[in-house]
Design a protein around this ligand. Structure first.
Ligand code: MG
Length: 217
């Protein structure tokens, strides 16, 4: 796994501190995604029939009932990101909890989305007063967090709703504290078991306490 060169460039623009590092995913960790996305789909003539984990294979044309191909799903997600400010709200308790944690840690947001949406997302997060640095990546998250940590062996915590992102970090930054959080826990029923070494948290209040303890804040 190598770092996305654009993500590396974004990291090099930041001033990294020696404080404990807290890296947060955005979709379904800070901003709701899986709740508003089906509502958006309906306005476009599609529906989400979440019968397995993931969007591919689970989006159907409303008029025909036919499942659409993965390319169409990707186009719909892209189109959603274009208008995200109309749809995506803060996850419950995220803002206050992160603000509290940020008093003694360096908070960085790391979102796996095409780089071309970075400014759109930045504008939405600013509007919501989530003024933490935002990085985009189109590759695995592990190498990005390794670089973010810097040379100083500071403690690291990472929160994501996608187990493969957590596994990527577990395999790259072996002592990172990993938390699986989903803005909508109803999706858990469709997920494979969370891999070892990852702490499952049900909501931001629980996450805040466990993150603070892991980073010794
Ligand atoms: Mg996510």
């Amino acid at each position: 796994m190598t770092i996305d060169p654009e993500t590396a460039r974004q990291i090099d623009e930041l001033s990294l501190s020696n404080q404990p590092l807290l890296v947060l995913d955005v979709d379904d960790v800070i901003l709701e995604f899986i709740r508003p996305f089906p509502e958006y789909l309906r306005t476009r003539g599609f529906e989400l029939k979440l019968e397995s984990f993931g969007l591919n294979g689970n989006v159907a044309d409303l008029s025909s009932g036919q499942r659409v191909d993965n390319e169409t799903v990707a186009q719909l997600v892209d189109a959603f990101f274009e208008v995200q400010h109309d749809w995506q709200k803060l996850a419950e308790d995220a803002s206050e909890t992160i603000a509290r944690l940020s008093r003694a840690s360096q908070v960085v947001l790391l979102t796996a989305m095409p780089h071309r949406y970075r400014q759109t997302r930045r504008a939405l997060l600013d509007q919501l007063e989530m003024r933490y640095p935002l990085l985009t990546t189109e590759r695995a998250k592990g190498p990005a967090i390794k670089r973010l940590r810097g040379d100083h062996p500071r403690p690291v915590a990472f929160v994501d709703d996608m187990y493969y992102n957590l596994v990527s970090v577990r395999d790259t930054v072996v002592d990172a504290h990993l938390f699986h959080l989903m803005a909508d826990n109803s999706v858990r029923a469709l997920m494979p078991p969370i891999p070892q070494g990852i702490t499952v948290v049900e909501h931001w209040k629980e996450a805040g306490e466990k993150i603070a303890r892991s980073l010794k804040l």
